[in-house]
Write a protein that binds this ligand. Sequence first.
Ligand SMILES: Nc1nc2c(ncn2[C@@H]2O[C@H](COP(=O)(O)OP(=O)(O)OP(=O)(O)O)[C@@H](O)[C@H]2O)c(=O)[nH]1
Ligand SMILES: [Zn+2]
Length: 383
Amino acid sequence: MRQVERAIFDLRRGLPVVLRTPQEDILIQPLEGIDDTALAELANTAGHAPSLVITKHRLARLGAIAPDDADAVHLPLGRHHRARDIVAWAMAAMAEPPNAHAPEPASAAETAALGLMRRGLLVPAALSARVDATQREALAALIDDGTLLGVALDDVQRYGEGDTTSLKRISEADVPLADAEHARFVLFRESDGLREHLAVLVGDPADWTDAVPVRLHSACLTGDLFGSLRCDCGEQLRTSVAAISERGGGILLYLAQEGRGIGLANKLRAYGLQDAGLDTVDADQVLGFGEDERQYRAALQMLAELDVTRIALLTNNPEKIAAMSLGGIDVVGREACYGQLNEHNRRYLSAKAERAGHWLEDLLESPDASDRRVPRRDTSGSL
Ligand SMILES: Nc1nc2c(ncn2[C@@H]2O[C@H](COP(=O)(O)OP(=O)(O)OP(=O)(O)O)[C@@H](O)[C@H]2O)c(=O)[nH]1
Ligand SMILES: [Zn+2]
């Protein structure tokens, strides 16, 4: 599995990697940062022009449908195609590849490669080239001398299942907070080392109520740390810690899911697209992402490790409740958790309500949004 982790790092550096099957070798290169030289080199190493691999979300954005509901498709390219155009076809708002309406389902290797790129927080779009028989020996030499990394497709497909991303409890300490003086931070690391998540334990677990108040908070560097007005995250973070403390203690899970799981680099790209007129869901789709790429496996593992099985969630997001329930957690209560509405985040919050079904009506319809900042007991709804 370490080869797979190395492959993610090579892809993040913009380097091609070779996915190997008993029948063939496939060269994969992320589209981010590609230029004409790299494009020509890829074609020469493989012995022919590559294809462009994009997700079904990107294809939908181009107005086409993936055959057989495939997760990804590939579009053959010619040697005359330029890197700049190909990059635009994969991730610009208004650019359409010439053959978008005749996509072929991506091969297993191509689909697996996009999975690695997501794990590496890259735009899920790649160049792929099946290595020609005439080039196989030369390619094997490049792998042998360390120029290229070769990874078995089998390993890539098994990666991410089970053990590779299971959490280890690494370290912990008391960290008194302005909103909860009695707080303890417990850090967990995914076993491949790529992501770290925090459990912030508020109060003394012995005093917690039977249904432990829990907030699942997805990281938002811009909002949590800098107080960005584009979203409501920073205020949700602070008010939920205060609310948990007021309710006798509980847990805030700070999840490494920046940008709904697409990463900070892509969130900033998505912000650029939103400034050009798209809403938060469409902007992510332009980049090839689904409307919410988050998974809650880490949260479930942390709750299990902390021996918590019954919770009251502070959230406006029905998906979080569904994810916990599906994972075997008894969600016995739900409480709203609002930030403050302002002219910069109104559109974002409206899109969350309208497109993703978040329960934000009270906030969006409030004549004076500022009275909605602190989550209150009386807003708790039945499930
Ligand atoms: N892709 C993308 N992510 C965004 C955008 N604005 C905020 N985010 C991210 O959205 C996530 C918000 O997470 P949470 O605060 O857990 O919120 P939520 O899903 O709205 O659910 P609740 O707050 O629990 O109701 C964070 O990871 C932010 O970084 C955006 O415009 N695009
Ligand atoms: Zn935010």
